[in-house]
Design a protein around this ligand. Structure first.
Ligand SMILES: CC(C)(COP(=O)(O)OP(=O)(O)OC[C@H]1O[C@@H](n2cnc3c(N)ncnc32)[C@H](O)[C@@H]1OP(=O)(O)O)[C@@H](O)C(=O)NCCC(=O)NCCS
Length: 346
């Protein structure tokens, strides 16, 4: 791939050596392969995000195992296995990437066999993996052919949408926010960057737990994630250690003081061009007040005021998540790519 020619080798086909990534040198090699197999609007995580996944213990409720596949000591393939520790103890998620010049030699399959065995050894019964597909056209992407060849089945269908900040229709956004405010009487917005205020962290933990079940999962068996204030703080610490910044906007119900919804966007300061919409949720009993739209418009404004250099915001929604998609389309998010979640029995 352009710009990464230094790690495209002409080598004879030989055995893939698979080793755990547990130091900085291996993390760098892992990152180079990740970077070379991605492009455009979903770039690889910068090294600053990869290193803390392997060299620092995380307290965020999951464990990451990174694996590096080498041929003649040269990195050609990578895998990541994520093991939830507090919930979803029968589940694991995985990702495999092989340098383009080294595909169709069985390396992807060897890494898949390896992470499947690791997941099984950890008592997991299901392995989930995401594969990107173009929005239209008949071409079958390598990842889809690979998933099918290994007997995986599609369980969740998502669409990535993109908001271009440079061509944002600010007039439209203010109009949308003004109309939304008329329906949101009795609620106020709360904003923060990086660390949630102490007085809302317990409510935020409840909302994070709800997020893992309220967003549609179609046929993907995913349990409610268990959050408490400690886990929220641990996550914030990890995000900060990864040189990522977060802007968040929440809605508070004035009569009770309860936080009833929130939305957050993450950005890595080493690669700020692309920001990521993380969660957006409004508790079921407080829906219908346009809080989703109100929070999201305010949070985009907060993002623009707080973090420089962001050009696009990516968001992923289940294709069946009509309400969230309607809000996103209203704001100017446009479809860019399809993505399927595949499940493999372990
Ligand atoms: C998907 C990917 C990991 C496959 O790696 P790989 O080393 O080429 O995979 P393998 O050589 O083990 O392929 C195993 C089988 O998958 C199928 N397959 C893989 N790529 C294919 C392609 N481009 N077209 C058709 N079938 C394909 C074939 O059945 C292949 O067996 P065969 O070569 O004997 O016909 C690699 O293409 C890649 O990195 N893609 C981008 C990232 C991605 O989509 N990852 C998967 C999701 S996590």
């Amino acid at each position: 791939m352009a710009g990464h020619a230094s790690i495209e080798y002409d080598g004879a086909v030989s055995q893939l050596e698979i080793a755990a990534v547990d130091d900085e040198a291996a993390a760098k090699a892992w990152h180079l392969v990740d970077d070379a197999t991605r492009s455009g609007d979903v770039p690889a995580d910068p090294l600053s995000e990869v290193l803390p996944r392997v060299v620092q213990p995380r307290q965020t409720g999951e464990r990451n195992e990174l694996w590096l596949g080498t041929v003649d000591d040269k990195p050609v393939a990578i895998a990541e296995l994520v093991l939830p520790l507090l919930d979803n103890e029968a589940n694991a998620t995985g990702e495999i990437r092989v340098l383009e010049a080294h595909r169709r030699r069985g390396y992807g399959s060897q890494l898949l066999a390896h992470v499947t065995a690791r997941a099984k050894a950890e008592g997991r019964r299901r392995l989930f993996g995401q594969v990107v597909e173009p929005l239209d056209g008949d071409e079958v992407p390598a990842g889809v052919a690979f998933a099918k060849a290994h007997g995986a089945r599609p369980v969740l269908f998502e669409i990535r949408r993109v908001l271009e900040l440079r061509s944002l229709d600010e007039h439209r956004l203010s109009e949308l926010a003004a109309r939304a405010r008329e329906r949101a009487d009795g609620y106020s917005l709360v904003h923060w960057a990086d660390r949630a205020p102490d007085d809302i962290v317990d409510d935020l933990a409840v909302l994070k737990g709800r997020m893992s079940v309220d967003a549609p999962h179609e046929d993907m068996e995913w349990e409610a994630e268990k959050y408490d204030a400690g886990r929220v703080r641990a996550l914030e610490a990890t995000v900060a250690a990864q040189r990522r910044r977060v802007v968040a906007t929440a809605a508070r119900h004035d009569a009770t003081g309860q936080l009833v919804g929130y939305t957050d966007i993450g950005v890595n300061v080493d690669r700020p061009r692309v920001a990521y919409q993380w969660d957006t949720i409004v508790l079921a009993e407080h829906r219908g007040h346009r809080l989703g739209l109100l929070m999201k418009v305010a949070n985009i404004e907060l993002l623009r005021r707080t973090i420089q250099g962001v050009e696009i915001v990516n968001t992923w929604n289940a294709a069946i998540n009509e309400h969230m998609i309607a809000v996103n389309e209203d704001m100017g998010f446009r479809p860019a790519e399809r993505e399927r979640q595949w499940e493999l029995d372990v």
